[in-house]
Design a protein around this ligand. Structure first.
Ligand SMILES: [Fe+2]
Ligand SMILES: [Fe+2]
Length: 276
């Protein structure tokens, strides 16, 4: 299967019509048997070839525009923010500090390192980031909202983390969903699943949700400095860090299912936990 077709199937899966800013084919080509991983380094590319794989599909951006434009895909968090009731101006303002940090950090990175290695090896190489994260956000949110509705308005934060563990990837991951701001006994309130859109939106985005009636924000991950800031925040709410590899596995397993149905031979590894 050509890398362009793999990309098309990934976009179709997520209901997207254009390749998002954080997703890219670095080395195009035909793939019959690929490694699928969350991160990759030069050693893994070499191991892939040694083991007879003729392509590598990775989740996180590996260079070029996909890496340098990661901050742009964060604008897609606006949809989740406004849907939850945050006015658009305030949502943009809340995203700005973290977006600035992501843009500046990626700007200083060596954007051609991994793509150049893959080119030199002549191995088809691509990453699929936002389409997988969007699928993952939908799958997790649908489950969580359905189960919370069944539990009723008295559902606690502990109920919420228990509900997350009903999803196979969360059950199989070595990390457990963590309540990093607030406590498990508190009512969960309205819950937002803020997973897709580049990376977490930082403390200002969590505060914006809290300010507009969200009781519990769920993110994949959150920097320690942001967690400490949120613990001191005048706006009160709960923050659950669901678990990075568990969440990313949900999106990658969805992609693997689609590609396997199209007869691509795939080996998920490197942090992808089983989805069944
Ligand atoms: Fe992800
Ligand atoms: Fe990730």
């Amino acid at each position: 299967m050509h890398t362009d077709r793999i990309m098309r199937l990934a976009l179709e899966m997520a209901g997207l019509t254009e390749v998002p800013e954080d997703t890219q084919v670095y080395v195009p080509g035909e793939i019959t048997k690929a490694l699928v991983c969350i991160d990759v380094d030069t050693g893994l590319l070499s191991i892939a070839r040694d083991l007879g794989y003729d392509g590598v599909i990775v989740h996180h951006p590996q260079g070029d525009e996909a890496m340098l434009n990661l901050h742009l895909v964060m604008n897609r968090q606006l949809q989740t923010l406004t849907k939850a009731g945050v006015p658009e101006d305030e949502a943009r303002e809340a995203l700005r500090p973290r977006q600035f940090g992501v843009e500046r950090n990626n700007h200083m990175r060596n954007w051609d390192y991994m793509p150049s290695v893959a080119r030199l090896m002549g191995i088809p190489f691509m990453n699929v980031h936002y389409p997988c994260d969007l699928m993952m956000e939908r799958i997790v949110d649908a489950h969580v909202q359905r189960r919370l509705a069944e539990t009723g308005p008295a559902a606690t934060v502990q109920d919420l983390t228990d509900i997350l563990l009903e999803i196979p990837e969360f059950a199989h991951a070595k990390t457990r969903p963590a309540v990093v701001v607030g406590g498990p006994a508190a009512p969960a309130g309205k819950v937002v699943t803020a997973f897709a859109g580049g990376t977490n939106g930082g403390s200002a985005v969590v505060e914006a949700y809290w300010r507009h009636g969200i009781g519990t924000v769920m993110t994949l991950h959150m920097e320690v400095a942001d967690i400490l800031k949120l613990r001191q925040s005048e706006v009160k709410g709960t923050l659950v860090v669901a678990g990075h590899m568990a969440c990313d596995s949900v999106g990658l397993n969805a992609l693997v299912r689609v590609l396997r149905a199209n007869r691509l031979d795939l080996t998920p590894m490197g942090g992808i936990v089983p989805g069944a």
